[in-house]
Design a protein around this ligand. Structure first.
Ligand code: IMP
Ligand code: MG
Length: 175
């Protein structure tokens, strides 16, 4: 039994992810030169992307982690509520915050989180990538079709996060 057997098709290959992360890292390094960059990873989905992205950033930066949950939804959808399960360790005042997220689906999670972080007196807050909420990423990796995707940190029922690519899960797995 291989995890690969549960994947309908690969959407973003390991090579494509690697190239995109390098591009984003270079762009972020240019944009945040001389600033006070803190990369804020939203666990757990962004952990793989974060680990790659931080090494593609060539300017000094700090990192921090946050756990939020959107509860009330099922395993494949998000509800409208966002709760902080684990807050940041660091003070954001004077920092230039870049939120590192795995996937922006409805945008509800980020649209709730950005105003919460803005209240902490940071210098700036930006966020990376069917938006119910009117939210656009400042940096975008890839657009994916409206299908349930897993891998590269993204899960279904906590599984498949360790797949090195992003793929579409066979619908019969969650049906
Ligand atoms: P949003 O609030 O609708 O933007 O949902 C954001 C969160 O839902 C993401 O950070 C993911 O954890 C999860 N999510 C949304 N779509 C998918 C998907 O296709 N695969 C896996 N997780 C997803
Ligand atoms: Mg999830």
């Amino acid at each position: 039994m291989s995890m690969n057997d549960d994947i309908k098709n690969i959407l973003v290959s390991e090579e494509a992810l690697k190239a995109k992360v390098a591009e984003l890292g270079a762009q972020i390094s240019r944009d945040y030169e001389g600033r006070n960059l803190v990369l804020v990873s939203i666990l757990k989905g962004s952990v793989v992307f974060m680990a790659d992205l931080m090494r593609a950033v060539t300017i000094p930066c700090s990192i921090d982690f946050m756990v939020v949950s959107s509860y009330g939804g099922s395993n494949t959808t998000t509800s409208g509520l966002v709760k902080i399960i684990k807050d940041l360790d660091s003070d954001l005042s004077g920092k230039d915050v870049l939120i590192v997220e795995d996937i922006l689906d409805t945008g509800v999670t980020l649209s709730k989180l950005v105003p919460m972080l803005k209240m902490r007196n940071p210098n700036s807050v930006k966020k990376p990538s069917r938006r119910k909420a009117d939210i656009q990423p400042d940096y975008e990796g890839f657009q994916v079709p409206d299908e349930f995707v897993v891998g590269y940190g993204l899960d279904y029922d906590e599984k498949y996060r360790n797949l090195p690519y992003v793929g579409v899960l066979k619908p019969e797995i969650y049906a």
